[in-house]
Write a new protein. Structure first.
Lengths: 330, 291, 399
């Protein structure tokens, strides 16, 4: 359970089917719905970063909104001030977020559990204030934020939303693959050993400090790429979009999707985009039910009750039981 | 120099609210071994209960005591009904449940009482026989009452069997169970107590910041910072931590260049800096883990 | 002959289709008008959710009375939690999925900024937005977006002028919320002070919405020796600032921004005694002010509130605000012959001398093709311990 998912033929078939479904999806739904899925995927990529850090390496963070902001602002500044090509900003956003994450990981080494959570939380709280700071206003647009254009469709015949959907899908699948390879490598086993038993890991000769800071950097990089993508989707950055509510939301998505999983991030992203809307629909349909936020809270608690290991955790458990049953029947 | 003194005293006055909340945070950490993110919103809700009682004609102190009592019951019920299902779940699941509680309390409070700010009367007399422009009677009262609660908490954990059992249940539930402690009910009791202390905090904070559904968000943030600075295993440290955060914030705003705009940022950097060098907080005990 | 007829018919049909395409009638049917809105029903800015609720109640009343031009209003108000990315999502939902005819009173500066370009590229009327930033009145650049209330920076200039004319040897302290709203006010004020701004302003301190109190800022400002205090804060912090400066015995000329001028929501909690002498610029009738007791507009509003929003806290000025702006939307649509998107926009840009029930007498709504600021006048007033007393006549920024 605590190990990354092994590759089985069934998993590959399921994965292939999911890819095919995802590939035709934008042609079945409206541009608006494609846009929502793109948004969900951008969250999903951010969650991937959080899962690697928290789920696989055991370091808590309630501050990933900060890395999301770093990626978003890097892309927005390059687009706005230097008129870069959209896709060229992605590697830069990734690199900048990696460096910031790595540097943040250095002091974080000394902190554990709740203290680390607080340090990251402090980072999340301070981010909007830094983005608004007068001295940086020339670059960040200050409180007004920056407008950036949406990328042109890559292929003729696609709408801008559809094109962006495919870009996000490609990036997400690629990054999921990279995460999978990383976690199944020798380094991946070291990463998880640090989570399960840090002292044993270091006695076995694993450079715990280097691993932890590097994982922090990689996690931030994932989240930074997601932030950059989100700018393409919403065409706008402003400091108050990156407050600690976003950080808390990312944590929610991660846990609901399944924090010790790679595919779970898809469900986490979908949860973050669609469940608040669902809560709102309920609240709007019946005049005497509590406001949408309360309903969201109730749905959240129910989700934790019914899928305690996240959606992907539930999928794995069900399939494991089914496997056992069919093995017993044979 | 005069300004320095004024800022320091104003910092202590604000710090006293942080202390009070920090104390509630530490309390629940001691009794249940985790941070309750909904603590602030629960305190806010308790304060609204007191406000409603006052509106119905109850004297302020009676409303205060009733609200603290109601909060105790509510805390116990919430633990038994909502938190119990995730008692043995991973810590992150518990945190998410707390976040769920947070948004529910916040939204429901706004739904019932609306979002306009409401004045809340002070528990303390306006005239204490002397007058100071630097620190008002309410702030002095907050410090006194916080210290009083601190003394009670300390005595409870140190000298009563229930207190000991609660600490045992939080620190090592399995061993506690073996010696006959009802761990589940100890946790519920811990929640009840924390909710009561939260209610005290909310009722002390409300006259200063005004009562509204979001009143605790900022206070809780600083309260957490204070608790961690002081050390989550030390109620006294938490009170001191809260005061330090209040003063620090004021000094940074005045004396650090660019500090007025980045007050919060600098204060947080300093706290994280302290934690890096003293990971268990200024007064916390370092927990030695056996391998 | 027959072929010719067919051709003619086809041409006519094509022509019809052509005109239908030219006049965008999205969201309008013979029986309904669909109006979209976003409001923070959750999250940190939910204090403004009363505006959304008031508008919903207003259109419900309109529908009960037969609608507008015989059409029922389908008012769809969605929660964006005051988060710009959520606003983008919700507004796209309204425009692309719900296919609303227009957007009305979307609330907040960062949130509206996020959708500003989108709605203009989609050519959707984006009317009477609920923010006082100045960027909503640029018809050349953004012909589909229109503001409503007097802008923050113009109000800031009004205070600056007042200070220069009335305070001897002013030394000014400014407390502002660290966001676009606070900085808009501050920048307008500084511009109004002109070249001397640097000299006159002795203290400028920001605060964050997440700060518990602004007490320490007030202490520092008193120490700066300022004799003028420009208070750019939302009601909670305004009340704290008023009370704290009273407690520590600091009595500057206290200018309070309009955002917090509500007697019920700010001054009563702060203490009416401490509020004596405050100066502000207002354009709404304060619901708590006894001088409007027999005013026809006030009575109309009270009638609406009692019937359609029973139990609401009537001291909250946002209910009056919501009623005014709904009424303006009602009037705009009611007098509009061409209900296409272009037509609605043209009607909104052609409002002449419209009185609104809860707007001060003498302040009229006026718009034109090159004037997208509906309300531009404010009235300086001083608080006498009970109500705002007007002085010095209405200041119209458009003149």
């Amino acid at each position: 359970m605590m190990r990354p998912n092994p590759v089985t033929p069934r998993l590959l078939i399921g994965f292939g089917a999911a890819i095919v479904f995802a590939a035709i999806l934008p042609h079945l739904v409206s541009d608006f719905t494609s846009f929502q899925f793109t948004l969900a995927m951008s969250y999903g990529i951010a969650l991937l970063g959080l899962n690697i850090l928290t789920g696989y390496n055991g370091q808590f963070s309630i501050g990933h909104s900060a890395f999301y902001a770093v990626g978003a602002y890097t892309a927005a500044i390059l687009l706005y001030h230097f008129e870069w090509n959209h896709y060229a900003t992605l590697p830069v956003a990734a690199l900048v977020a990696f460096v910031v994450g790595f540097l943040f990981g250095l002091p974080a080494l000394r902190l554990e559990g709740l203290y680390l959570a607080l340090a990251t939380f402090a980072f999340a709280v301070a981010t909007p204030q830094l983005l608004k700071f007068d001295a940086f206003e020339h670059w960040t647009g200050g409180v007004q934020g920056l407008f950036v254009p949406k990328p042109e469709p890559l292929i003729g015949g696609l709408s801008a939303d559809q094109s962006l959907y495919y870009v996000a899908l490609a990036i997400m699948v690629l990054l999921m693959g990279v995460a999978w390879c990383l976690l199944h490598s020798r380094s991946g086993r070291a990463i998880m050993a640090i989570r399960d038993n840090p002292i044993a890991a270091s006695t076995m000769g694993i450079n715990t400090a280097l691993y932890k800071t590097t994982v922090f950097g990689i996690s931030a990089m994932y989240t930074g790429i997601a932030g950059a993508l989100s700018v393409f989707v919403t065409e706008f950055v402003a400091p108050d979009a990156f407050n600690f509510f976003l950080a808390v939301n990312l944590l929610i998505g991660s846990v609901v999707g399944g924090i010790v999983s790679i595919p779970g991030v898809i469900f986490g992203g979908l949860f973050l985009v669609f469940v608040p809307n669902f809560a709102q629909d309920i609240s709007r349909a019946y005049p005497f039910v509590p406001p949408p936020w309360a309903i969201f809270g109730i749905l959240l608690i129910l989700a934790i009750y019914f899928v305690p290991f996240g959606v992907w955790g539930a999928v794995e458990r069900v399939s494991a039981r089914w496997k056992r049953k069919s093995a017993a029947g044979r | 120099m005069d300004l320095f003194l004024q800022l320091t005293l104003a910092g202590l006055a604000i710090g006293s609210i942080y202390s009070c909340v920090a104390l509630a945070v530490v309390m629940i950490y001691q009794a249940t071994d985790h941070f309750n993110f909904a603590q602030g919103e629960m305190a806010m809700f308790s304060t609204y209960v007191a406000w409603t009682l006052i509106g119905l004609g109850a004297p302020v102190w009676l409303a205060f005591l009733l609200a603290v009592g109601i909060s105790f019951l509510a805390g116990v019920i919430i633990e038994r009904v909502i938190v119990k299902p995730v008692e043995n779940a991973p810590v992150l699941n518990q945190i998410i449940v707390f976040i769920g509680l947070l948004v529910i309390f916040n939204a429901v409070a706004g739904w019932i009482w609306e979002f306009t700010i409401k004045p809340f009367p002070s528990l303390f007399p306006e005239d204490l026989g002397f007058k100071s422009e630097l620190i008002g009677p309410h702030h002095l009262g907050v410090i006194a009452l916080t210290l009083g609660v601190l003394a009670l908490v300390f005595a409870f954990f140190r000298f009563t069997r229930v207190g000991l059992a609660m600490r045992a249940a939080a620190a090592n539930p399995d061993s506690a169970r073996l010696v006959g402690v009802s761990v589940g009910w100890m946790l519920a009791l811990g929640w009840g107590l924390a909710a009561s202390i939260g209610a005290v905090g909310g009722i002390l904070v409300a006259p200063i910041v005004f009562l509204e559904p979001n009143m605790m968000a900022g206070v809780l943030l600083y309260g957490f910072a204070g608790a961690l600075l002081g050390g989550v295993s030390s109620p006294g440290g938490a009170v001191l931590g809260g005061l330090v955060v209040g003063v620090l914030e004021n000094w940074v705003g005045q004396y650090v260049p660019g500090g007025s705009e980045l007050k919060l940022t600098f204060a947080l950097i300093l706290i994280v800096g302290v934690l890096v060098f003293k990971p268990a907080g200024l007064f916390g005990r370092v927990v030695v883990r056996r391998v | 002959m027959r072929i010719k007829n067919l051709l003619a018919a086809a041409a006519a049909a094509a022509l019809l289709a052509g005109t239908a395409q030219a006049a965008d009638m999205t969201g309008i049917t013979d029986t309904t008008i669909k109006i979209g809105n976003t409001n923070p029903y959750s999250g940190p800015a939910s204090v403004y959710s009363t505006i959304g609720k008031t508008i919903s109640a207003y259109f419900k009343m309109v529908n009960e009375m037969g609608g507008i031009q015989g059409r029922q209003i389908d008012f769809i108000s969605l929660d964006d939690g005051y988060s710009p990315p959520r606003t983008v999502e919700q507004v796209r939902k309204l425009v692309e999925q719900e296919e609303v005819a227009l957007l009305f009173q979307t609330l907040g500066t960062p949130t509206n900024s996020a959708i500003h370009r989108y709605v203009n590229s989609k050519k959707v009327p984006h009317l009477f937005v609920a923010t006082g930033a100045s960027k909503w009145g640029q018809p050349e650049k953004y012909p589909w977006t229109m503001g409503f209330q007097p802008t923050y920076d113009v109000e800031g200039e009004i205070y600056a002028k007042y200070v220069l004319e009335n305070v001897e040897n002013p030394k000014i302290a400014i407390l502002f919320q660290n966001d676009d709203y606070g900085k808009d006010y501050r920048d307008g004020f500084l511009r109004g002070l002109g070249d001397k701004a640097d000299e006159l302003v002795v203290s400028q301190l920001p605060y964050e919405v997440t700060d518990p109190t602004v007490d320490s800022q007030i202490v520092a400002m008193k120490d700066s020796g300022a004799n003028v205090f420009f208070n750019i804060t939302i009601p909670k912090f305004a009340a704290q600032a008023i009370r704290k400066s009273c407690e520590i015995g600091w009595k500057p000329t206290h200018l309070l921004n309009n955002v917090s001028s509500s007697v019920g929501a700010t001054l009563t909690p702060a203490g009416l005694d401490c509020s004596k002498g405050l100066i502000t610029a207002i354009y709404l009738k304060d619901p708590v002010d006894p001088q409007w007791q027999d005013d026809a507009g006030y009575k109309e509003w009270v009638g609406f509130m009692e019937k359609h929003m029973p139990g609401a806290d009537m001291t909250d000025v946002n209910y009056a605000y919501g009623y005014n702006v709904s009424k303006l939307m009602h009037i705009t649509l009611d007098g509009c012959k061409d209900l296409s998107r272009e037509g609605i926009m043209a009607c909104a840009a052609n409002l002449k001398d419209i009185e609104l029930p809860m707007v001060l007498p003498g302040i009229l709504v006026n718009t034109a093709a090159d004037d997208f600021y509906p309300i531009q006048a404010e009235q300086l007033s001083q608080f006498d311990g009970e109500r705002w007393v007007a002085f010095g006549g209405i200041i119209d920024a458009s003149k």
